[in-house]
Ligand binder design. Structure first.
Ligand SMILES: Cc1ncc(C[n+]2csc(CCOP(=O)(O)OP(=O)(O)O)c2C)c(N)n1
Ligand SMILES: [Mg+2]
Length: 369
C-alpha cells in the first residue's frame, strides 16, 4: 500500500495535499493547511501500531453502530465520531490508563474505547443491556466507567467541563492539602467548538488557571455545532488564543494527525504533572457523518467534505507507518481483520445480553454500598 493507493499526495510540510479549492472550503480548512507541526513527530513501531489499532477500533466500532442503529437496535440519539479518531487516540493514549481521568460529551463511544472500556460493554450500553458500562441505564450519551476513569458522557453541552475540573482539583488537593506525593493524575476534558461559546467553559478556564489545576481542555473543533458554522458563532474562531486571557498555555494542532495530537498532548501532560497548570488544546478536525444518525447531513458543502475526507487520520497514519518502514500493508490489514472480529464479537455479545429487569428500573440512581 502506498500513499497513492490511499488516495493521498504529500505537500511540502509532509501533510496530505488537497486538490479541493481552499477558498471553497473556508477558514477552518485554511487554518489547518497553514499549521506546521512544532516538532517532527517520532513514533516507534509498537507505539505506531498501538495508535493504528485504537483508531481502527473506534472507526469500525462506530460503522457497526450506524448499521445497528438503522436496524433498530438502538434508541434515542446516537452521535458518531468518524473522522475525529486522531483526537481521542492522540490524547488518551498519551495518558496513564487507570491513573489519569477522562471526561466526554454525547459523542463519547470512541473516547470510552480509547480509555480501555471493553467493546462488549460499550455496545451493550448502546443496546440498553444490563451488561453495558452504565448497566444499560445510560445509553449512547452516558457512557461511564469508574474502573477506566471515564467520568461520563454528557448530553448537555459543557456539562462535563466542571466535572473534569473537579477531578483535576481532587488530584491537586490530595497532593497539596493531604500530602499524598503520588497524586499527580491529569484530567482530559473533551468538548466541541460550539461548547466554547457557553459560560461553563470560561468559568472553568478561570478556576483552572487560578489554581494551576492539572487539566487539559481538549477542544474538538470540527467546524460545526449541529448546523451552525463555527466561524459565524464565535468572536475569534481561533479558540486556542482564548487561553491567553487566562494566562494559560494554549496550542492549536492538526486534529487529523494523530502524531501531532499526541505530541501536543504530551507537552500538556508534562506541564500539568509538573504543577504548571492547564492547557487549552484546540484540535482542528471534522466529523465525516452528520451531527447524529438522525441528521441526513445535507447542509455541508461537498467540497468541504471532500477536503476533510482526503485527510482521513487512519489512512494518514497507515501511510506514515509504511513510509517509515514501521509496518507493511499486510500487517495493517491483519489488524483490521482482528478489529473486525472484536466488533463482530461485541455485537453478538450485546444482542444476547439480558435487558435490565423492569423491577430494577430505579436501581443505581443512588450509590450502593
Ligand atoms: C446546554 C445545551 N444547550 C443546547 C444543546 C443542544 N445541542 C446539542 S449538540 C449542540 C452543538 C454542540 O456543538 P459542538 O460543541 O461543536 O460539538 P459537536 O457536536 O460538534 O461535537 C447543541 C447546541 C445541548 N445539548 N445542551
Ligand atoms: Mg463542533
Amino acid at each position: 500500500m502506498t500513499q497513492a493507493d490511499l488516495g493521498q499526495s504529500v505537500a511540502s510540510n509532509g501533510a496530505p495535499a488537497c486538490s479541493a479549492d481552499v477558498n471553497a472550503v473556508g477558514l477552518h480548512a485554511e487554518r489547518l493547511l497553514n499549521l506546521y507541526p512544532s516538532a517532527p513527530a517520532v513514533v516507534s513501531r509498537d507505539e505506531g501500531l498501538m495508535l493504528y489499532r485504537d483508531m481502527t477500533l473506534g472507526r469500525r466500532f462506530e460503522d457497526k453502530c450506524a448499521e445497528m442503529y438503522y436496524r433498530g437496535k438502538m434508541f434515542g440519539f446516537v452521535h458518531l465520531y468518524n473522522g475525529q479518531e486522531a483526537v481521542s487516540t492522540g490524547v488518551i493514549k498519551a495518558m496513564k490508563m487507570q491513573h489519569d481521568w477522562f471526561c466526554s460529551t454525547y459523542r463519547d463511544h470512541v473516547h470510552a474505547l480509547s480509555c480501555g472500556v471493553p467493546a462488549r460493554e460499550v455496545m451493550s450500553e448502546l443496546f440498553g443491556k444490563e451488561t453495558g458500562c452504565s448497566k444499560g441505564r445510560g445509553g449512547s450519551m452516558h457512557l461511564f466507567s469508574k474502573e477506566h476513569h471515564l467520568l461520563g458522557g454528557y448530553a448537555f453541552i459543557g456539562e462535563g467541563i466542571p466535572v473534569a475540573l473537579g477531578a483535576a482539583f481532587t488530584s491537586r488537593y490530595k497532593r497539596d492539602a493531604l500530602g499524598d506525593a503520588s497524586s499527580d493524575a491529569v484530567t482530559a476534558a473533551f468538548f466541541g467548538d460550539g461548547t466554547c461559546n457557553i459560560g461553563q467553559f470560561y468559568e472553568c478556564l478561570n478556576m483552572a488557571a487560578l489554581w494551576k489545576l492539572p487539566i487539559i481542555f481538549v477542544v474538538e473543533n470540527n467546524k460545526w455545532a449541529i448546523g451552525m458554522d463555527h466561524n459565524r458563532a464565535t468572536s475569534d474562531p481561533e479558540i486556542w488564543r482564548k487561553a491567553a486571557a487566562f494566562g494559560m498555555a494554549g496550542e492549536e494542532v492538526d486534529g487529523m494527525d494523530v502524531l501531532a495530537v499526541r505530541g501536543a498532548a504530551q507537552r500538556a501532560i508534562e506541564r500539568a504533572r509538573a504543577g504548571e497548570g492547564p492547557t487549552l488544546l484546540e484540535c482542528l478536525t471534522y466529523r465525516f457523518r452528520g451531527h447524529s444518525l438522525a441528521d441526513p447531513d445535507e447542509l455541508r458543502a461537498e467540497a468541504e467534505k471532500e477536503f476533510w475526507a482526503q485527510r482521513d487520520p487512519i489512512k494518514r497514519l497507515a501511510a506514515h507507518l509504511i513510509e517509515h518502514n514501521l509496518a507493511n500493508a499486510e500487517e495493517l490489514k491483519g489488524i483490521d481483520k482482528e478489529i473486525d472480529a472484536v466488533v463482530a464479537d461485541c455485537v453478538e455479545f450485546a444482542l444476547a445480553a439480558p435487558e435490565p429487569k423492569p423491577e430494577e428500573l430505579t436501581r443505581y440512581i443512588w450509590a450502593e454500598d
